[in-house]
Design a protein around this ligand. Structure first.
Ligand code: OGA
Ligand code: NI
Length: 369
């Protein structure tokens, strides 16, 4: 069977009754072959969410979900008191694993321009984007829909452009982002350093500890997400439940909202859009290094039928080709390591090869003692 053209592709995708793995694979392949992502489906006029994007009901937001009143802390990085600031960061990293930072000194117009440039990329002609369509992790610029399209139980209503910064030559950066991504990456690196210092102090260590131990601030992976408005948001998710394979993730979101954090194993809390704020979360590698003191918490993005949403996730993580070993920091009387020390390479490979990557058990369990 030759899978060609958007019409055939939508016919296949629209077949809600498809049952077999083989049919699902065909539909996934047909979708992937368009290299146009979810935005391509929306532009072609789909009015129903194709079955490859259907998530099981237990993974979807319940209409009568119990509201959790916890608020994600907003931390003022310009606080006068270092002691108070370290205490706030420590409390947030321990309790929720998520916080927002304000007064981080990244200019508002740079934040706005970064969001606009990601939108520009995703809203550019499909021929422009197709040139970047790839899941080859060695490529420093990639555009795709659902990095784990063929491994995940259900696809998500999202497209992403990845940039591994810094790129050796700025001409490699898609034109839509060329003028802004390098400066944005530099600013995130600076904020990342400030956060590493605070987190190191919160662990009772020298402020330079996390940066020196991980040597990962020279490299920022940017994921520029685009969540098209969804005709049937109750059937799918923008991003399914996951934790991040990073030390820290610094996320910039627009005003649409949809990001939620899991607390107490079964309650979802909104991370509201706070103007000018950056959302920070602890990733799995930092949970390991902090020996479980800091929590890498699961989160997801719900779909909505009204607006398309843009977010820019910067993953701070060591280069997988480095020979670094990530080791739990064990301090205090009677403390024991909860994880085995692991090379970045091993960790990266484990995460990459894990299938059915999302929903459920933490990949970190593989590294527990
Ligand atoms: C991620 C992520 C959330 C968002 O990229 O890992 O969780 O709001 N993104 O896009
Ligand atoms: Ni995430």
């Amino acid at each position: 069977m030759i899978l060609r053209g958007v019409d055939l592709h939508i016919d296949l995708l629209a077949n809600q009754s498809m049952a077999s793995d083989h049919e699902r694979l065909l539909a996934l392949t047909a979708f992937d072959d368009t290299k146009a992502g979810v935005k391509g489906l929306v532009d072609a006029g789909v009015t129903a969410v194709p079955s490859i994007f259907h998530h099981p009901p237990e993974c979807l937001p319940a209409a009568d979900a119990e509201l959790h009143h916890l608020t994600i802390p907003v931390i003022d990085l310009a606080s006068d008191s270092r002691v108070a600031l370290v205490a706030q960061v420590k409390a947030a990293a321990q309790a929720v694993g998520f916080f927002q930072v304000v007064n981080h000194d990244v200019p508002d117009d740079l934040l706005a321009e970064m969001l606009a440039s990601v939108r520009r990329f995703h809203e550019s002609p499909v021929e422009t984007k197709r040139a970047y369509y790839s899941r080859d992790h060695r490529r420093r610029v990639q555009f795709n829909s659902n990095f784990y399209l063929f491994q995940s139980p259900a696809a998500s209503w999202r497209d992403t452009m990845f940039l591994q910064m810094p790129l050796p030559a700025s001409e490699e950066i898609p034109e839509a982002c060329r003028a802004v991504a390098p400066e944005y990456a530099r600013q995130v690196q600076r904020v990342g350093r400030a956060l590493f210092e605070l987190l190191s102090e919160a662990l009772g260590l020298d402020p330079s500890y996390l940066e020196e131990e991980t040597m990962c601030l020279d490299r920022v992976n940017i994921g520029g997400h685009y969540y098209p408005a969804c005709p049937e948001p109750h059937l799918t998710l923008g991003t399914s439940r996951h934790s991040d394979a990073s030390l820290l993730t610094v996320l910039l979101q627009d005003t649409v909202g949809g990001l939620q954090v899991l607390v107490d194993d079964d309650k979802w809390v909104d991370v509201p859009a706070v103007p000018g704020a950056l959302v920070v979360n602890v990733g799995d590698y930092l949970q390991l290094m902090s020996n479980n003191r800091f929590k890498s918490v699961e989160h997801r993005v719900v779909a909505n039928s009204v607006d398309s949403r843009v977010s820019v996730a910067c993953f701070i993580a060591p280069n997988p080709s480095s020979a670094r070993v990530l080791a739990p920091i064990v301090t205090g009387d009677g403390a024991v390591a909860r994880y085995r020390s692991t090379t970045v390479d091993d960790m990266f490979r484990y995460y990459r090869n894990r299938t059915k990557a999302l929903n459920g058990t933490s990949a970190l369990q593989h590294f527990t003692i």
